[in-house]
Design a binder for this molecule. Structure first.
Ligand code: ADE
Length: 281
């Protein structure tokens, strides 16, 4: 099953690139694309099973891939991932922080545990991965990092925790882009909108009509594909993006420019208009 990238087939020859969450969806497509362009990809996620399946696919297509089990929330496991990568490959030229996760919930129903799980996986996990990449290899040698956002530009009703975490990741990326420029490290982000991928299957059946409505509200009237996100990640890792750092690319069919995903019911609870000439108590 060869991957048909639009980029030059030896673009990443000799490079080692870690892709977290490489077993499914966007991560899998990205791993395939990078491997098809000559990179040795290291697939990292908590569960090895799906990673091994993707590794097999990549090897069958003539590429090179390794797998490593890693919970990005656990600092020691992230350190172990870089121990593995450097022992096996002696270099980490690129890092794709694709792993993450969230669940739909009204904000007022998110528990302490649920909140921390999402913040730690997405924001803290991404930070641990960036920091280890820098301290263990890129600080001395340069490199490129791509982080994963969601379409959180106007908030994300129903996913307060993930939107807060991803906004944090975007700001973290900008900070690191400046702090680590001295080492030749570039850090950028991609912000997918609604992508047709296995992640969607995790939402309950009751949410299906909402998803149909969201698709209707996307200016391009369709979902994106994992490959469309992978192509943007590949570009950001490539020399064509050598002068781009601290930037975020939206891959959302224009949906962040227009959307109506959260119906606010008719109500009469708006604060009454303020009038400075009116005496109020
Ligand atoms: N994918 C989703 N959550 C993850 C985690 N904590 N570590 C690695 N991959 C993940």
């Amino acid at each position: 099953m060869p991957y048909h990238s639009i980029f030059r087939s030896d673009l990443f020859a000799g490079q080692t690139i870690i892709v977290s969450g490489g077993g499914t969806g966007i991560g899998r497509a990205t791993a395939h694309e990078l491997a098809s362009l000559g990179a040795h990809v290291i697939l990292a996620a908590r569960q090895l099973e799906r990673l091994e399946a993707v590794q097999e696919e990549i090897i069958a297509a003539g590429g090179h891939a390794s797998v490593f089990s890693c919970n990005i929330r656990q600092e020691e496991e992230v350190k172990a991932l870089f121990d593995f990568a450097l022992a096996e490959r002696a270099a980490v030229h690129g890092l794709v922080n694709n792993a993450g996760g969230q669940f739909l919930s009204p904000a007022e129903m998110i528990s302490n545990k649920g909140w921390h799980a999402v913040i730690e996986t997405n924001l803290t996990g991404t930070f641990f991965m960036c920091r280890e990449a820098f301290n263990r290899y890129m600080g001395e040698n340069g490199g490129a990092i791509v982080n994963m956002l969601i379409e959180m530009w106007r908030g994300f009703p129903g996913m307060a925790h993930s939107a807060a975490a991803r906004a944090g990741i975007e700001n973290l990326s900008k900070t690191l882009a400046v702090e680590w420029a001295r080492s030749g490290v570039r850090i950028n982000s991609v912000a997918p909108g609604l992508i047709a991928s296995s992640g969607l299957d995790r939402y309950p059946e009751a949410v299906r009509p909402l998803i149909d409505q969201i698709v209707h509200d996307i200016p391009m009237k369709r979902m994106g594909s994992g490959s469309e996100v992978a192509a943007a990640i590949t570009f950001l890792l490539s020399p064509a993006a050598s002068y781009i750092s601290g930037e975020s690319i939206r891959i959302d069919g224009g949906s962040s420019l227009w959307r109506k995903t959260w119906e606010v019911p008719e109500h009469k609870n708006a604060p009454r208009p303020f009038d400075g000439f009116e005496e109020r108590r």
